[in-house]
Design a protein around this ligand. Structure first.
Ligand code: DGL
Length: 294
């Protein structure tokens, strides 16, 4: 039985790096009165080629760190971590905390894509970890089993984006190669199933063609967060703007420089945190977790 969490606490958000800033950006716009604490696990970036077990372990460690900082809600702003660890995170939050809800990026994007497609042919660009988890196939089928999902793993794309600008011809060729199967399959809607990808959205739109609708999870996720805060009486009562702060596990100055560029808002101070590797094992109680990946 969940104990009620005070509404004046921050919302915790995490990703492997700067990608989750595309989600944070939507949250800051949609919920300006809330406080946020964003954790980037840059020391262990990239997540996209890691095993499900590693991603579960990392996600549980980060959740513990954010709960220690008294977050009232946890947002997994990383598809790879959502796909591998959402049920484990939800189980752990149910067992060990004051009933902190966990929201991931897979289901909001999948549901929005199914509602958007007119032909029933949807594409997915995502990391290898996300594609091989089957999380999007499951979420799309749950929304409408008649929608075909064409999945393209894009193993180099996150590292290219995290590496920053300027992009050279090699980058353009790599991105074009990833778009090719989606053009061939004549999808009318493409899910950006990695929170880093909206950072190169104009390049993707040009290569996919103007008729394709690109879906990123930030906006639908922000609407879900708004709903969760409202339905649990957890929304901040503040009238002005809230605060946001940043933590990272790698080099703080590098994250600040990169993050300011991508968030297009000042980041202020970034604190480096150490997250003990191997401190937690994946929860044994997965069976009790909600199976549905949100
Ligand atoms: N932005 C993350 C995702 O949505 C992680 C990508 C990575 O670290 O490879 O999957």
């Amino acid at each position: 039985m969940a104990v009620s969490v005070p509404r004046d606490r921050p919302i915790g958000v995490f990703d492997s790096g700067v990608g989750g800033l595309t989600v944070l950006h939507e949250l800051l716009v949609q919920l300006p009165q809330e406080d946020f604490v964003y954790l980037a696990d840059t020391a262990r970036f990239p997540y996209g080629e890691r095993s499900a077990r590693e991603l579960q372990e990392f996600s549980l460690q980060i959740a513990e760190e954010l709960v220690r900082r008294q977050v009232k809600l946890l947002v997994v702003a990383c598809n790879s971590a959502t796909a591998a660890a959402l049920p484990a995170l939800q189980a752990r939050m149910m067992e060990t905390t004051l009933g902190v809800d966990v929201i991931g990026v897979v289901r909001p994007g999948a549901v929005h894509a199914v509602a958007t497609t007119r032909t029933g042919r949807v594409g997915l660009m995502a990391t290898t970890a996300t594609v091989s988890s089957g999380a999007y196939a499951e979420a799309v089928a749950a929304a409408d089993p008649h929608v075909d999902l064409v999945q393209v793993p894009c193993p180099d794309l996150t590292a290219i984006i995290e590496g920053g600008f300027p992009f050279d011809q090699r980058v353009v060729d790599t991105v074009r190669r990833y778009c090719e199967p989606l053009r061939e399959a004549r999808v009318d809607t493409v899910i950006l199933g990695c929170t880093h990808y909206p950072l190169v959205r104009p390049m993707l739109q040009r290569m996919l063609g103007p008729a394709v609708t690109i879906i990123s999870s930030g906006a639908p996720l922000a609407r879900q967060v708004e709903h969760v805060l409202g339905s649990r009486s957890l929304g901040s009562l503040r009238e002005g703007e809230g605060n946001y702060s940043f933590l990272c596990t790698g080099d703080a100055e590098a994250f600040r420089a990169q993050g300011t560029h991508f968030l297009q808002m000042p980041l202020g101070d970034v604190a480096q945190v150490e997250i003990a590797a191997g401190a937690l094992q994946p929860t044994p109680n997965l069976a009790r977790a909600q199976r549905l990946r949100t």
